[in-house]
Design a protein around this ligand. Structure first.
Ligand code: URA
Length: 240
C-alpha cells in the first residue's frame, strides 16, 4: 500500500470539510503543503508535512486533546450523515476543540471510540502496520462450534480479503446463542460481522470493549472522558 494519508482525507479528518469539498479546495489552489500550493488530488500527506487549507494550518496551533466515547448503538461515525441519522459528533458537542473520530464503528455497533484533533496520532493508530489490538464482544444467534472457532482463528475470506489470524474465545454459550470475544488488528469495513458471516453465524450485538490497551471501564453509553496521561502513552506505543 502507498504511504501517507490522501490529502482530501487528511483535510476531512482535521474537521475542515467533507472529502469532496476538500477536493474542490485542492483543485481551486486553496491548499498548501509545506508553504507551496498543492493541486495534485492524489498527493499523500507525509509525517511532518505542514498542511494549510482554507486559511487554517492543520494539526498545528490548537492544543492536542484526546477523548474516549462509549458509543451507543444508533449513531453513525461521520461528521455529518446524508440520511440525517444521529452522528457521534452530537455526543461530543460540549468539547471545545474540533475533534474527529479515530477510525469507525458501525451504526449498529457500540463501544470504545477515540476522538482527537491530533491528525498525526490518528493516522498512526489507523495505519495497518501498527497492529493495534481491537477487542470486540459479539453476541451470536447460535453456539460457535469448534470447527468455526478454528476457522476464525486461522483467518477467513470476507469477500476478496483473507483476515489475519485472530484471537477468539467463547465467553459463554448455550444452545440458543454465544457470547464471543474476538481480537483483531485490521479494520476492514464491518470486519467482525463479515468474519462471523463467513462461518455462517449472525452477530446480534457487537461492542468494542478495548483498543490498544485502553478499556471502556465504567464509562456509560453516550458518555465521554479525557484520556489519562498513562493511556495516551500506551496509545503512542511507549510504556507509561
Ligand atoms: N467490525 C464490525 O463489523 N463493525 C464495527 O463497527 C467494527 C468492527
Amino acid at each position: 500500500m502507498e504511504d501517507g494519508l490522501r490529502l482530501n482525507k487528511y483535510i476531512a479528518q482535521a474537521g475542515v470539510c467533507s472529502r469532496r469539498k476538500a477536493d474542490e479546495l485542492i483543485a481551486a489552489g486553496k491548499v498548501k503543503v509545506n508553504g507551496s500550493v498543492m493541486d495534485q488530488l492524489g498527493y499523500r500527506v507525509q509525517p511532518g508535512d505542514r498542511v494549510e487549507a482554507a486559511g487554517r494550518v492543520l494539526g498545528g496551533g490548537e492544543k492536542k486533546v484526546y477523548y474516549m466515547l462509549n458509543k451507543p448503538v444508533g449513531y453513525v461515525t461521520t461528521l455529518s450523515d446524508e440520511f440525517d441519522r444521529p452522528t457521534v459528533m452530537e455526543l461530543m458537542a460540549d468539547v471545545e476543540e474540533r475533534v474527529f473520530p479515530v477510525g469507525r464503528l458501525d451504526y449498529g455497533t457500540s463501544g470504545l471510540l477515540l476522538f482527537t484533533n491530533d491528525g498525526e496520532l490518528a493516522y498512526q493508530l489507523t495505519h495497518p502496520s501498527r497492529q493495534i489490538d481491537k477487542v470486540y464482544r459479539a453476541r451470536l444467534n447460535e453456539p460457535l462450534t469448534e470447527e468455526k472457532l478454528k476457522q476464525l482463528r486461522r483467518g477467513v475470506d470476507i469477500g476478496g480479503f483473507v483476515t489475519s489470524p485472530a484471537q477468539v474465545e467463547v465467553l459463554k454459550q448455550n444452545e440458543r446463542g454465544a457470547l464471543v470475544e474476538i481480537i483483531i488488528h485490521e479494520g476492514k469495513n464491518r470486519q467482525v460481522r463479515k468474519m462471523f458471516d463467513a462461518v455462517g453465524c449472525r452477530v446480534l450485538e457487537l461492542e468494542r470493549v478495548a483498543l490498544g490497551g485502553l478499556t471502556l471501564g465504567r464509562l456509560k453509553p453516550g458518555h465521554y472522558r479525557k484520556l489519562s496521561r498513562e493511556e495516551l502513552a500506551m496509545l503512542r506505543g511507549r510504556e507509561s
